[in-house]
Design a protein around this ligand. Sequence first.
Ligand SMILES: O=C(CCC1CCCC1)NO
Ligand SMILES: [Zn+2]
Length: 370
Amino acid sequence: TGTGYVWDTQYGWVDTGTGGLSPADATKLLQPIAHPFAHPDTKRRLHELISASGLLKHLEPIEAGLASEEDILRVHDRAHFDRIVAESAWPKGGDAGDGHSPFGKGGHQIAMLAAGGAIAAARAVVEGSVKNAYALVNPPGHHAERDRGMGFCIFNNAAIAASYAREVLGVQKVAIVDWDVHHGNGAERIFWKRSDVLNVSVHQENCFPAYSGPVTSRGEGEGFGYSVNIPLPPGGGNAVYEYAFRTVVIPALRAFQPDLIIAASGYDASMMDPLARMMVRSDGYENIAQQMLDVADEVCGGRLVLVQEGGYSPYYVPFCGLKVVERMAGVSTGFDDAYFPIVSTKGGDVLLDHEKAAVDAAAPLVSDIR
Ligand SMILES: O=C(CCC1CCCC1)NO
Ligand SMILES: [Zn+2]
């Protein structure tokens, strides 16, 4: 069976307001900007490249559908849910929770579609109608905690899909692997005390949320050891990501033996991203994807769901995502990364001592997973 794919037109309609990270404000000389960082065009362009390259014809379309209130409340507090619904009725919409994450009027509906898309992808994989799946959802979710959204995230799509798989589909052990460049604080907090959900986050150290996700942050009680953080120094590229996955992430998954793997798949560690300082290229993302596909085949019958998180370069996200989905589907479109000539000479191919040391500091964490 093939690779499932979720996209909904409304994911391209997310209203991200009038500022880059803050609303336009003449008193602070903050000018309005046509495409704020989180503008949905970046993810729509990825969808259009998947379509125009012909890859879409090789994928199994999966209908997103709206998550139910019950689906959301498995992970989020009633107060958070009700506030989002209430602010979504305001004339200009509201904010996920940190003042930098606006959504437009009716925005709760798109957030429910994003959570529904992650659930639908997980359901198709667990039920076996597809082998693996890519949920190109928007708005993202991995920063959303039980009681609040932040960092452009309203509801935690990946955590909602993991809870659905466990509590509705009867999946026992779920691993969430987050390679968005920012710390996956949401799922970490949500599953902090659980040992039946493993949470692994590889991220630029201290990038966002500030000072979140140090290697010492490991979970609590039953859950101690089941939150694994691999903070990386700025400037890392293909080499450090390949090394982090090969020497920590994959061994952690082998130790945990999940029944399902959900990846929080962001492309903001890329060479051309404005919201972080890493240097991963499309071939670096291909390597991560291939390592994840191989370990999924080895431990859980290939059951791997990628849920879209961040990625803010409208130029480069399309090509990074295209290469990942090509690998998932085992199909080559014949279209190369058009920016490769620009990014291929900029570094990130050599594992530097301080980068290797940062990954090696996390390697011992694997021994506490069983
Ligand atoms: O891509 C993101 C959003 C990060 C930005 C939110 C505020 C500053 C950085 N999180 O994964
Ligand atoms: Zn991010």
